[in-house]
Design a binder for this molecule. Structure first.
Ligand SMILES: [Mg+2]
Length: 176
């Protein structure tokens, strides 16, 4: 029953998401969460490491789209300079925003991965559409109060549950 909450992969940081590994799995596009996945929630710019990572993904031909529950002002400011398309006010785990992201990029479900730091928005939303889901450990930074209040507590329970299913390799794990 909890399976819909399990990510396919769990990595310590977005920087551990390897374009070659994605390509090996037939993934051509990555729908990325913004806050605490590729940038700390209280920061106004990407780190140099993330900028290099984005560049590397693109060099490998991966298509990128940001799918964020946050609003236009913040997302546009961060993402537009990189010419990455985005969907804002996504209301994840609702499916529409992920579908919209795939439409923008012109990719199929089987070619799409979702990466995010929250089980109950990013992972659940991606899994509901049958996409390949990657959970990252949240970047540090101030979190939206409701995130702390509800999601993180439940996430702890889920993470505890899936920890027994994990196969460790280079600190990454494949859950199923
Ligand atoms: Mg997030």
């Amino acid at each position: 029953m909890l399976r819909i909450l399990y990510p396919h992969m769990y990595v310590p940081s977005i920087l551990d998401v390897d374009p070659l590994e994605l390509k090996k799995r037939g993934i051509k596009a990555l729908l990325m969460d913004l806050d605490n996945t590729i940038v700390p929630r209280d920061r106004e710019e990407f780190s140099q490491e993330v900028v290099m990572w984005l560049k590397r993904l693109r060099e490998h031909g991966l298509k990128l789209c940001v799918v964020s529950n946050n609003g236009t002002a913040r997302v546009n400011k961060l993402v537009a300079p990189f010419n990455i398309p985005y969907v804002v006010r996504a209301v994840k785990p609702m499916r529409q925003a992920f579908t919209k992201g795939m439409d923008i990029l012109g990719v199929k479900h089987s070619e799409t991965a979702v990466v995010g730091d929250q089980i109950f928005t990013d992972i659940l939303g991606g899994n509901r559409l049958g996409l390949f889901t990657i959970l990252v450990v949240p970047m540090s930074g101030r979190e939206f109060w409701a995130t702390n209040l509800i999601n993180r507590r439940l996430e702890k329970l889920v993470l505890k549950k899936i920890s027994s299913r994990v196969s460790h390799e280079d600190q990454k794990y494949t859950v199923r």
